[in-house]
Write a protein that binds this ligand. Structure first.
Ligand code: ADP
Ligand code: MG
Length: 335
């Protein structure tokens, strides 16, 4: 898509985005609520006409192609299945509309159910399934007619955390097996990092950065990305701004040698015991705060609590700091 925009009256939902998504890619649009993700997805699907710019599918400009003629299917969060139909009939619905013969319909819908790990479920009713299983049926229904591209708008949003994490892994595996391009929308950074080949970070209708997960996390390009994807520690020293991730920061014993670490003095301003790790907030003497995490290899929560206010030295490797610029959105908006 090139220079895609969408205005609703005064509201600029999508403010000009250009993207190229590769065939077979698991591509995620990540951003806070209201940043324009759903609107972008709806323009790809054809449910929404762009105010400007173009959408191309496999090299063809589809601006004038209606949704049902695009080789695209969508899975929404509220995956409405037809309650009176069986699972098999739900999955085969699109094939019936496309006038595919009955035997072929049954064969392909069973194949799709196998792909989403629900073989043999064709004769059940949606009401007999769990939430996760219903979402799989919705997925089977969307892949049964083999679209080139599957659009998924927060499809796991209604599931509880455990099931969501399990489905993240499965969705990624299924995508690899079916070889369909997935364009996945989420506001959940962990989900995006877990599943994606590449991630586009949305902010106020614009894209701040497009990168593979590791690159995005280790080298956020803007302050916004650093803050939205993981916890970022933003420090300003000698006029330049940089971020450093919590897990890259060590608490250094006052007597120990620094071993090439950049160090600063401060005191512990906050402690949160979180089972596997303890999170510390350190207020630095030179100004600013850092969050860091320590794995609870030995200590206990009572040890952690007694550390409040303690003078500490924090240290990190200089190569783990990342220089960041301000958000492109806020810079461009100031006249
Ligand atoms: P996201 O999916 O990232 O949460 P959306 O694409 O739904 O964001 O919305 C982007 C912006 O466009 C929001 O400010 C939203 O209120 C606005 N918007 C979306 N759809 C409409 C609409 N049909 N009419 C008016 N404003 C809309
Ligand atoms: Mg949305």
């Amino acid at each position: 898509m090139a220079d895609l925009t969408k205005h609703y009256g005064e509201v600029v939902a999508v403010a000009g985005i250009s993207l190229e998504i590769e065939a077979g890619e698991f591509f995620t649009m990540l951003g806070p609520s209201g940043s324009g993700k759903t609107t972008t997805l709806r323009m790809i699907a054809g449910f929404e006409d762009p105010s400007g710019g173009t959408v191309e599918l496999a090299g063809e400009d589809v601006n004038r192609v209606p949704p049902y003629d695009r080789a695209v299917n969508t899975v929404f969060q509220d995956y409405a299945l037809f309650p009176h139909m069986t699972v098999g009939e739900n999955v085969a619905y699109g094939l019936r509309v496309a006038k595919v013969a009955k035997a072929e319909r049954a064969r392909r819908s069973e194949e799709a159910l196998e792909m989403v790990r629900l073989p043999g479920y064709a004769d059940r009713k949606p009401a007999e399934l769990s939430g996760g299983q219903r979402q799989r049926v919705a997925l089977a229904r969307a892949i049964v007619n083999r679209p080139r591209v599957l659009l998924l708008d927060e499809p796991l949003g209604a599931l509880d955390l455990k099931l969501r994490e399990q489905m993240q892994v499965e969705l990624k595996a299924i995508q690899g097996e079916v070889g369909i391009t997935f364009v996945y929308v989420t506001h959940d950074q962990d989900e995006a990092l877990t599943m994606s080949d590449r991630i586009a970070v949305f902010n106020q209708g614009r894209i701040e950065q497009v990168s593979p997960p590791v690159e995005l996390y280790e080298h956020p390009a803007t302050e916004f990305v650093a803050g939205f994807v993981g916890v970022s520690n933003l420090l300003e020293r000698d006029g330049s701004r940089f971020t450093i991730r919590p897990e890259k920061i060590q608490l250094v014993d006052p007597g120990a040698t620094a071993n090439g670490l950049r160090t600063e003095r401060g005191h512990i301003a906050g402690i949160a015991y979180a089972g596997m790790v303890t999170r510390y907030t350190v207020a630095l003497d030179a100004g600013g705060e850092l969050q860091l995490v320590r794995q609870n290899v030995e200590g206990t929560s009572s040890d952690a609590a007694s550390e409040q206010g303690r003078e500490v030295i924090v240290g990190w490797r200089p190569e783990h700091t990342v220089a960041v610029r301000g958000s492109s959105t806020t810079e461009e908006e100031s006249p």
